[in-house]
Design a protein around this ligand. Structure first.
Ligand SMILES: *Cc1c(COP(=O)(O)O)cnc(C)c1O
Length: 398
C-alpha cells in the first residue's frame, strides 16, 4: 500500500514494542523481570474509580465541551494555584485524551515547516516523531552525564538559529530521573527570553519528586517566562490513571484556543467518564499520591544501590519519576552487535536472553551508552532482576 510520507518516516513507539516482546515471552512461561513498563504498578485509587462508576450510573455519558468540562478545568486551575501559585484562567487550559494527545495537538498548532525545536537528549521517545509530524525539524542536543543529563545554557545557546522556535524541558525526566534546579532553569530561561523561544514544560512527573525537593518549572520563574511556556500535565502518572486517558495543557490563550480547534476536528472531547474521575483525582484526598511517592522513593534508593554495585556501571541518582538510566557502556566491547543493531539494543537483547530481564535500550532515548529501567515493579522483582543482571554482566566480562 502506498502510505503517506508523513507516516513512513515515523517509527512505532519503541517502549511499547519491547513491552510486547517481554509479555510474549512471559506468555510462553518464561519468568521475565520487566523493567520496561512506563506506568505506575499501582491501581487507580478507589475514590477515583468510584467517581468513574458514579459518572456512568448518573448518565454522564454524552459529549462534553471539546476542551474539557468547566468542572474539570476549574479543578485544574485550582491545583495550579494551590500547588504552585500559578494563576490560569479556564480559557488557558485544554483537556485532551492523555498528555500525549495534548502535546500532539500543541505541536500541530505551534510548529510548521522550517521551525526548529530543541530537544535535549536523553529525551522521551515521542518528542522527536511529534515534531516531525508537524513538519518541523527536531534539533536533538546531547547533554552530559556529568551534568546529570541536564541541558546547560551554553549548550542551548550553541544550537540556536533564527529558526529556533521552542525548547522541550521534561523535569523530572523520563528516562533519566534527572530534575532541574531553579538556578538551572533560570539560566536556560534567560536564553529563552533573549531568543524569544517558547517553552514546552512536560511536568507529567511533578508529583513524583524525592528527598523533599520542591517542584519548579519555567512558568513559575517570572511572568515573562510564564507568557512563553506551555505546561503539559495529566493524571496518568501521579494518580496511576494511564488507561483513563486524561492529560491537560496550560498556557497562553491563543495557543490553547488553536489546540482546542484542532481537537474539535479530530477527537472532540476526552471521555466524559474519565473527566469525572479526574475531577475526583485533583479535588479529592491526596494521600494516595504520598503513599505512592514513599514506595517509589524506597525503590529508588534500593535500585540505585544495586546498580552502583555492578562493576563498571555508572548512573545519576534519580531525583524523580520512576526510572533509572544506568550507563553500562563499559561492557560494550565484549558484546556481539548484529548489523542494524545499536550497542544499547544489543545489550538489552543480551539481558533479555541471558538474564530474562527486560529494559529499554538507551538509543531509543538518544543516549546509546545507557539502558532505561522502570522501577514501577515490586521490591522483590527489583532485587531479583538486578542480581540477574549483575551475574549476566559478570559472565560477559570473562
Ligand atoms: C507518560 C508520559 C507522558 C504522558 O502520558 P499520557 O499517558 O499520555 O498522559 C508525557 N510525557 C512523559 C515524559 C511521559 O513519560
Amino acid at each position: 500500500m502506498q502510505l503517506a510520507s508523513r507516516i513512513r518516516q515515523i517509527p512505532p513507539s519503541a517502549t511499547l514494542a519491547l513491552n510486547a516482546k517481554a509479555n510474549q515471552l512471559k506468555a510462553q512461561g518464561v519468568d521475565i523481570v520487566n523493567f520496561g513498563v512506563g506506568e505506575p504498578d499501582f491501581d487507580t485509587p478507589e475514590n477515583i474509580r468510584e467517581a468513574g462508576i458514579r459518572a456512568i450510573q448518573d448518565g454522564f455519558t454524552r459529549y462534553t465541551p471539546v476542551g474539557g468540562t468547566p468542572e474539570l478545568k476549574n479543578a485544574i486551575v485550582n491545583r495550579f494555584q494551590a500547588d504552585y501559585r500559578l494563576s490560569y484562567k479556564p480559557s488557558e487550559i485544554l483537556v485532551s485524551c492523555g498528555g500525549k494527545h495534548g502535546l500532539y495537538n500543541l505541536f500541530q498548532v505551534l510548529f510548521e515547516k522550517g521551525d526548529e525545536v530543541i530537544i535535549p537528549a536523553p529525551f522521551w521517545v515521542s518528542y522527536v516523531p511529534m515534531v516531525m509530524l508537524a513538519d518541523a525539524t527536531p534539533v536533538v542536543v546531547p547533554t552530559q552525564e556529568a551534568n546529570g543529563f541536564k541541558l546547560t545554557a551554553a549548550e542551548l545557546k550553541a544550537r540556536l538559529t533564527p529558526r529556533t522556535k521552542a525548547i522541550v524541558i521534561n523535569s523530572p525526566s523520563n528516562p533519566t530521573g534527572g530534575v532541574y534546579t531553579q538556578d538551572e532553569l533560570a539560566a536556560l530561561g534567560e536564553v529563552v527570553l533573549q531568543a524569544g523561544l517558547y517553552v514546552i514544560s512536560d511536568d507529567i512527573y511533578d508529583k513524583i519528586l524525592f528527598d523533599g525537593a520542591k517542584f519548579v518549572n519555567m512558568a513559575m520563574l517570572s511572568p515573562e517566562l510564564k507568557a512563553r511556556t506551555f505546561i503539559l500535565n495529566g493524571v496518568s502518572k501521579a494518580y496511576a490513571m494511564t488507561g483513563w486517558r486524561i492529560g491537560y495543557l496550560a498556557g497562553p490563550e491563543a495557543g490553547i484556543k488553536a489546540a482546542d480547534t484542532l481537537q474539535s476536528q479530530s477527537t472532540s472531547n476526552p471521555t466524559s467518564i474519565s473527566q469525572k474521575a479526574a475531577v475526583e483525582a485533583l479535588n479529592g484526598p491526596q494521600d494516595s499520591v504520598a503513599a505512592m511517592l514513599a514506595e517509589f522513593a524506597w525503590r529508588r534508593d534500593d535500585i540505585y544501590k544495586r546498580v552502583l554495585d555492578i562493576p563498571g556501571a555508572t548512573t545519576i541518582k534519580p531525583g524523580g519519576a520512576f526510572y533509572i538510566f544506568p550507563n553500562f557502556s563499559a561492557y560494550y566491547d565484549r558484546l556481539k552487535v548484529a548489523s542494524g543493531q545499536s550497542q544499547s539494543g544489543a545489550l538489552a537483547a543480551y539481558l533479555l536472553e541471558e538474564a530474562q530481564v527486560a529494559a529499554v535500550p538507551g538509543g531509543e532515548f538518544g543516549e546509546d551508552k545507557c539502558l532505561r529501567f522502570s522501577y514501577a515493579t515490586s521490591r522483590e522483582r527489583i532485587a531479583t532482576g538486578l542480581s540477574r543482571i549483575k551475574a549476566a554482566l559478570e559472565k560477559l566480562g570473562k
